[in-house]
Design a protein around this ligand. Structure first.
Ligand code: ADP
Ligand code: MG
Length: 452
């Protein structure tokens, strides 16, 4: 039996004992890379899978391997080549479609929160975004001098974050001394809430006083949060009066953000407002071609045409489709033909992507962490239940925008403050822990792929 056959035999047995979703998550892209001195080395695509195989499946794997080959006395797990990791990462980042938790091969700078992958040079300009791009570029070249604030709005996945980040990156490129800070409004909200709680609001404010360029992404999250708006207004004014550049994005125009205090709204309207609309076919093709070039891959015109004509309203999805085809090509060694491409992209192109329910989230989380749903919903304080429960609460909030009182009630009749605490805790931990980010991405992946 070759190593490959041996591993296939192991997988065949494991597959019988666990759910298809778990099998796909933990055993996809695994192989035996070598057997040395009685030790079988299993190569796994990421550190997260490695940990799970070590902790949860080691005994089973070892038992089966040993039965098949008595010489095997131990099993070790190691990471496979970076290329495979990259493919998987691109899969994850596509599937994880809300976009807030993107994985990237680039490092995000801790001070500025800027990701160097977003630049003006890789932003494709078309009729849908030319005004926003021109304004962004003007601001990047002359921060604080042309349009202040610059307010960019448009639907999901149309390039707002890309443009905002490009402004920051460009400014830093031109002048190393300029202090730029990019924040997601959601993060700003939780920073304000915890600063208030810890009596550190002055400290938080002073942190923002020293920047030259403040970039706030997805400002609609401030809707209805009056206290946060108040603090933001203070920071905004203090920067604005000193001609510091402020750039803001939102999924809708300032007028359409409910519960935005009038003074903030009029501040926003006092600057430049530019929207981004859906890209036309030519722009979609140009984006696909640019991404292919960037990734050094080629696909037939027919395939690019197919993607560009079926995915019309979301550039992130357009990229996601391409990522899937690239992953296929890298795994197979050749690009897919049109028929295969259509099958691969079925999930993405079916317009009826189903709505996720609270029940499904709870089920997905319970299944993922190998718990019973009723334990997740109970009052148990056991460590192995507490974190998954917080993750479930977090997802209810993130994915369904459920109210905190609703979430609290759902989980054993808890108070809404427990739900807020859970949500913020996970939000904070996501920043620190790559593992948690992956866990959540994988849970979401299951939810959106209809595996639940
Ligand atoms: P939003 O913030 O509006 O939801 P993003 O800025 O995150 O959207 O864009 C989604 C993805 O699409 C990103 O990977 C981004 O790089 C890409 N993208 C969006 N617009 C363009 C464009 N005009 N040219 C190249 N890539 C783009
Ligand atoms: Mg965005």
């Amino acid at each position: 039996m070759t190593q490959e056959e041996l591993w296939q035999a192991v997988l065949a047995q494991i597959q019988l004992t666990i759910s298809p979703a778990n099998f796909a998550t933990w055993f996809k892209d695994t192989t035996i890379s070598s057997i040395k001195d009685g030790v079988a080395f299993i190569s796994v695509p990421n550190s997260f899978a490695k940990e799970w195989l070590e902790q949860k499946y080691h005994k089973t794997i070892f038992k089966i391997l040993h039965e098949l080959n008595e010489e095997i006395r131990d099993v070790k797990y190691e990471l496979s080549k970076p290329l495979t990791q990259t493919i998987r990462k691109s899969f994850i980042s596509f599937k994880e479609s809300s976009g807030q938790l993107e994985f990237s091969e680039f490092e995000v700078d801790k001070e500025t929160n800027l990701n160097p992958k977003y630049t003006f040079s890789n932003f494709v300009v078309g009729p849908c975004n030319e005004l926003a791009q021109a304004a962004a570029l003007a601001v990047a070249e002359n921060p604080g001098k042309v349009y202040n604030p610059l307010f960019i709005y448009g639907g999901v996945g149309l390039g707002k974050t890309h443009l905002l980040q490009a402004i920051g990156n460009e400014i830093i490129k031109n002048s190393k001394t300029k202090r730029v800070r990019y924040v997601q409004a959601e993060k700003f909200v939780s920073a304000v809430i915890s600063a208030i709680r810890n009596h550190q609001i002055e400290k938080l404010k002073s942190l923002y006083q020293v920047v030259d360029v403040l970039i706030i992404d997805d400002i609609q999250f401030l809707a209805g949060k009056e206290k946060t708006q108040e603090e933001f207004f203070y920071i905004f004014n203090s920067l604005y009066e000193r001609n510091k550049q402020i750039v803001i994005s939102s999924d809708r125009s300032p007028r359409a953000i409910p519960a935005l205090t009038e003074r903030l709204r009029s501040r926003f309207e006092g600057g430049m407002i530019a929207d981004i609309t859906f890209p036309d076919f030519e722009t979609r093709m140009a984006i696909l071609k640019a991404k292919c070039q960037e990734r050094k891959v080629e696909f037939s015109e027919e395939i690019l045409n197919y993607i560009a004509s079926t995915i019309q309203k979301n550039i992130r999805k357009l990229e996601g489709a391409l990522n899937i085809l690239i992953a296929y090509r890298n795994l197979q060694g050749f690009p897919p033909d049109l028929k295969i491409a259509k099958t691969l992209l079925k999930d993405l192109t079916s317009s009826t992507s189903k709505a996720i329910t609270a029940k499904e989230i709870i089920k997905a989380v319970a299944e993922f962490y190998d718990l019973k749903e009723k334990d997740l919903l109970s009052n148990s304080r056991k460590k192995e239940v507490v974190k998954p429960r917080q993750v479930a609460m977090f997802l209810l909030r993130e994915e369904l925008k459920s109210s905190f009182p609703f979430i609290g009630r759902k989980f054993g009749g808890k108070d809404h403050t427990t739900a807020i605490y859970a949500y913020e805790k996970i939000l904070k931990e996501i920043e620190k822990s790559e593992n948690l980010r992956e866990e959540i991405a994988l849970i979401k992946q299951r939810l959106t792929s209809g595996e639940i």
